[in-house]
Design a protein around this ligand. Structure first.
Ligand SMILES: NC(=O)c1ccc[n+]([C@@H]2O[C@H](COP(=O)([O-])OP(=O)(O)OC[C@H]3O[C@@H](n4cnc5c(N)ncnc54)[C@H](OP(=O)(O)O)[C@@H]3O)[C@@H](O)[C@H]2O)c1
Length: 317
């Protein structure tokens, strides 16, 4: 198949590209340096020919408290990116299936995080704008499907983890932040301070598992929305203990700072729909964490002992 990937330089995009190219597909993968998607018409200038599939992964966001501090920019940038991609799809690639990412934070607090709830109620305050841009993207695809019969698939991931995450100092998703802080505690003797009381619950999905499940859905489903998650969550303390045991750090030395931003207290996606559509086994957490920690050491993703710590004050999203 001929496949276009936006956000191809990102964490998920990199894993997806490997999967697609190893499957023999012809992949055009774009990062922001290849094509700034905020500029109308750029996609049609940069890529030629027709595609069978478009994976739209590009988004301007980071984990931690980034969304809390950049709501205006997030609205403008992500709305431009998404509108330009939808426009390109409708005008240049109407035969392609558009596959794009939602977010679990689009679900309103108190919902049971089923796909039918994705557009209902109001998202949590701290992630409201980012969540609404994802809802608008979903509605844009549904509108183009309604009017022109274009085919789409929306995937809502829980937090992804695995080797190959970014190492450039951007805020990290909670699981990488935990690993980085615990390794730094072990390697440099830094105090390990995690945000919140440690009883917030989260689920994670190994990035290669996510890609495999996404591909199975692409092959069989269209004009629908699917959560892709583990269906099981752990407290931050449980994640920290597992990481400490791999790294060799005493979990009793981990401090919890209850004054810091922690996001939702729990957000476990309902995965009944995807498990019925494409039954799957996930990489066990212990194996996924070990691989991710090994990658941290191999890539020196935990930084130098020079105060790099201060540049990435990650929270728990
Ligand atoms: N990672 C998760 O746990 C998670 C969970 C839920 C949903 N998602 C969604 O999954 C998708 C991929 O996530 P990710 O973790 O791979 O994100 P990421 O690592 O931050 O990658 C984001 C990608 O978007 C590109 N991008 C940003 N601004 C752009 C612009 N103006 N023009 C063109 N490209 C632009 C980036 O390009 P450059 O790097 O080249 O600038 C990068 O390739 C996103 O839509 C995200 O919302 C991710």
């Amino acid at each position: 198949m001929r496949i276009l990937v936006t956000g191809g330089s990102g964490f998920l995009g990199t894993a997806l590209n490997s999967f697609l190219t190893s499957g023999g597909h012809n992949v055009a993968s774009l990062g922001s340096r290849d094509c700034d998607l905020t500029v109308p018409g750029n996609l049609a200038k940069v890529v030629a020919g027709s595609f069978d599939l478009i994976f739209h992964l590009a988004a301007w966001t980071q984990a931690g408290d980034f969304c809390l501090r950049h709501p205006g920019e997030q609205w403008l940038i992500n709305q431009k990116i998404n509108t330009n991609v939808l426009d390109y799809w409708a005008s240049e690639q109407p035969a392609a299936k558009l596959v794009f990412m939602g977010t679990s934070c689009a679900y309103a607090p108190g919902s049971d995080l089923r796909e039918s709830d994705f557009m209902l109620g109001e998202p949590i305050d701290s992630l409201y704008t980012y969540a609404m841009t994802k809802r608008m993207l979903y509605q844009g695809a549904r509108a183009l499907n309604l009017q022109y019969g274009l085919k789409y698939l929306c995937a809502v991931p829980s937090t992804l983890y695995g080797p190959g995450y970014h190492t450039d100092g951007r805020q990290m998703h909670f699981i990488f932040d935990l690993i980085r802080k615990i390794i730094r505690g072990h390697e440099f003797g830094e105090e390990v301070v995690l945000w919140g009381d440690g009883y917030q619950k989260r689920e994670v999905v190994y990035v290669d598992d996510f890609v495999r499940i996404l591909w199975s859905l692409c092959e069989t489903r269209e004009n629908d929305i699917f959560n892709i998650g583990a269906g099981e969550e752990f407290t931050i303390r449980e994640f920290a203990e597992q990481i400490c045991s791999v790294v060799g750090y005493d979990p009793a030395k981990v401090h919890y700072d209850t004054s810091r931003y922690v996001g939702a207290s729990s957000k476990c996606l309902n995965v009944e729909k995807v498990r019925t559509a494409v039954p799957y086994e996930l990489t066990p957490l212990s194996v996924g964490l070990r691989d991710t920690i090994n990658w941290f050491y191999d890539a020196n993703a935990y930084g130098a002992s020079d105060g790099i710590e201060g540049r990435s004050p990650s929270g728990l999203d």
